[in-house]
Structures are given as C-alpha cells and as structure tokens.
Design a protein around this ligand. Structure first.
Ligand code: UDP
Length: 244
C-alpha cells in the first residue's frame, strides 16, 4: 500500500490549488500560445479509477495534462491531506468561461460527445450567446467512430476541443490522440454540454453556494447513487486512512 499511497498523493500534488481566476487565465494562455494540453476536471471518481487504470494514470501524470478540482470530494480530500487549496472549480463554469473567451477572441472550437439533441440545442444557443465562435465540428458521442472524429480534429486544428463521453472514456480518448495533434486545449467535460445546452438543469445557485450540488444531482438522478457510494464515500475513507 506504500505504492498506492504515493500514487494518489501524486494526483493531489498535481491538482490545481490556486484560485479560479488564475486558473482561467492559465487556460487562456494555453489557447493564446497555441500550446497542446489536456485538462482533466477531476472528481473522486477520476482519481479512484486512475489508481486502477494504467492508461488513465499516465494521462493524469503527463506533463501536458492539467488537473482541476471539479468536486467538493476532491477539495475535502486535499484539505484532509493538508494541502492548501482555494476550492472547487466547476467543470461547467470552466467550459462556460472558455466559450466566452473564444467568443471574444474569435477562436475555433470542436464539440465531440453527448446526444445529438443536446448538440442541436447547443448550436442554437451558441449562435445567440457566442456568435463569434468558429465551430469546426460537432459530433455526437454515439454515432461516430472515435478515430474518425479525432482525425477530423487533427485536420481542423481547433483551439478548444470539448469531449463529452463520460468518465473515463473521454480522458482515455483524448490521451490516445493528444500527441498526434499540433495544438489545442482538450477538455473532458462530462455532462457540461447537457447543462450548457439547457437540456439538463444545474442546481439552483443557493444549493451551489451551500456546496450541495452533488446532493442535488443524486436526488435528480438516483441511478448515480450506487456509483457515488463506490467512488466518493470509499474514496474519503481511503484518504482518511492515508493520513494516519
Ligand atoms: N456520452 C456519450 N457517449 C457515450 C456515453 C456518454 O456521448 O457513449 C455522453 C452523455 O450523453 C453525456 C456525457 O457523455 O452528455 C456524460 O455522461 P454521464 O453524465 O453519464 O457521465 P459522467 O459525467 O457521470 O462521467
């Protein structure tokens, strides 16, 4: 278990701990400088899975990968382990901020994943709210071959690539192709496109402020409870043990 301990600690060492503004600024710099990078918006599930999955572990530890704390579970765990951390940076806020930035700077974006109806709604929204974004492509996560889509991404060389295939499929898919492209900020965005399109509702603001968004999601989607217990609760127990 000594090895285990160092594995999980290495994720926390790498986790972004400064405030949200400096994080968004760092991401903007990646786009402005046309660098190649991958962002993992991590919740406990990501870390638990990475411990067991060599490829996901490599993806997280790669020097072109950034990890942001997209969950109170991760923030809490970091604090238990005595890291000083600003707090949760929600994936959906990150995506929204980057879309605003890409709109201001007329940058190019590719959307891969989620259902076709979600992409249809999203594309209507983008036209209204972010009219200057140049959309290089939109492919749902069910009807297209991953290799073909990533070839399209390579050929169109977008500035920002949002991949919504669920954890850990999206992270693994991105990492498999990352080194083949020349530039681009790749983000595994989970259910963020569902929210931004308006198809799914995010928790009301006061619930977010009370840090109870996770509870709202569980109540809305009870099928997540089993997975939540397996990944989040056991995760915090494990972290507490590590501390001893
Ligand atoms: N998704 C997809 N293809 C798949 C599985 C999932 O496009 O084969 C999409 C799904 O429509 C949703 C997103 O991935 O928009 C995240 O899925 P989910 O909320 O189940 O995953 P989580 O965020 O819990 O990892």
């Amino acid at each position: 278990t000594r090895k285990r301990k160092t594995i999980i600690i290495s994720y926390f060492d790498k986790l972004y701990k400064e405030n949200q503004d400096s994080f968004f600024n760092d991401l903007e710099q990646i786009i402005i400088n046309e660098e190649r990078a991958m962002l993992v918006t991590a919740n406990p599930e990501v870390f638990s899975r990475a411990e067991q999955n060599k490829e996901l572990h490599e993806a997280l530890m790669d020097q072109e990968t950034m990890i942001s704390p997209d969950g109170e579970g991760v923030v809490k765990a970091a604090r238990i382990l005595n890291y000083s951390i600003w707090g949760k940076i929600a994936g959906v806020d990150t995506v929204q901020h980057l879309l605003e930035f890409c709109n201001q700077c007329k940058k190019t974006v590719f959307f891969y994943g989620s259902k076709q109806e979600v992409l249809d709604e999203l594309s209507k929204k983008l036209k209204i709210d972010y009219p200057n974004i140049i959309i290089k492509g939109m492919r749902n996560g069910y009807d297209y071959n991953e290799t073909v889509v990533f070839d399209e991404i390579k050929n169109t060389a977008p500035d920002l690539i949002l991949v919504a295939l669920g954890v850990p499929k999206q992270e693994l898919a991105i990492y498999r192709y990352l080194k083949k492209v020349d530039k681009g900020l790749f983000i595994g965005v989970g259910g963020s496109l569902d929210v931004l399109s308006g198809v799914k509702k995010r928790a009301p603001k006061f619930i977010i402020r009370c840090k109870l968004e996770w509870l709202f999601r569980l109540l809305k989607e009870p099928r997540r409870i089993k997975k939540f217990y397996q990944t989040h609760i056991t995760f915090l127990f494990k972290i507490r043990k590590l501390k001893r």
